[in-house]
Unconditional design. Structure first.
Length: 124
């Protein structure tokens, strides 16, 4: 999405440059130059389409950010727990846990725990 948004903004900037270039190269009366007017209308149409695409992309990115913010606390807490467990290996070599084991435990808690299942899916 970020790549698309950057491409859309680049296209919009190029359309603006084309518009300025066409106006700069205009000879004589601008309003009497049919070719120039058609080109300006074409550029204006392209710019409107691109601006609409940028707006849609912005909306999608905002939605993604909102969902990310909802789960940020869970991510921070699980990160703290994992690195706490990981550092326990310093105390004794028997306290070593793999990332896969940790992820299995987290998924088991999220998918199999009755208390977690009681929470509605719409509530992050």
């Amino acid at each position: 999405m970020l790549k698309n948004q950057g491409e859309f903004k680049e296209k919009l900037r190029l359309a603006e440059d084309q518009l300025l270039d066409a106006l700069n190269k205009a000879i004589g009366e601008i309003l009497e130059n049919d070719e120039l007017i058609q080109k300006l209308e074409s550029i204006k149409g392209e710019a409107a389409i691109i601006a609409e695409q940028v707006a849609k992309t912005d909306e999608t990115l905002e939605e993604i950010q909102e969902v990310t913010n909802e789960y940020e606390q869970l991510a921070k807490m699980t990160t703290r727990i994992f690195f706490t467990l990981d550092s326990m290996g310093i105390i004794n070599y028997l306290y070593q846990y793999s990332l896969q084991h940790f992820m299995d435990v987290v998924f088991d808690v999220l998918n199999e725990n009755a208390d977690v299942k009681a929470i509605p899916k719409s509530d992050p």
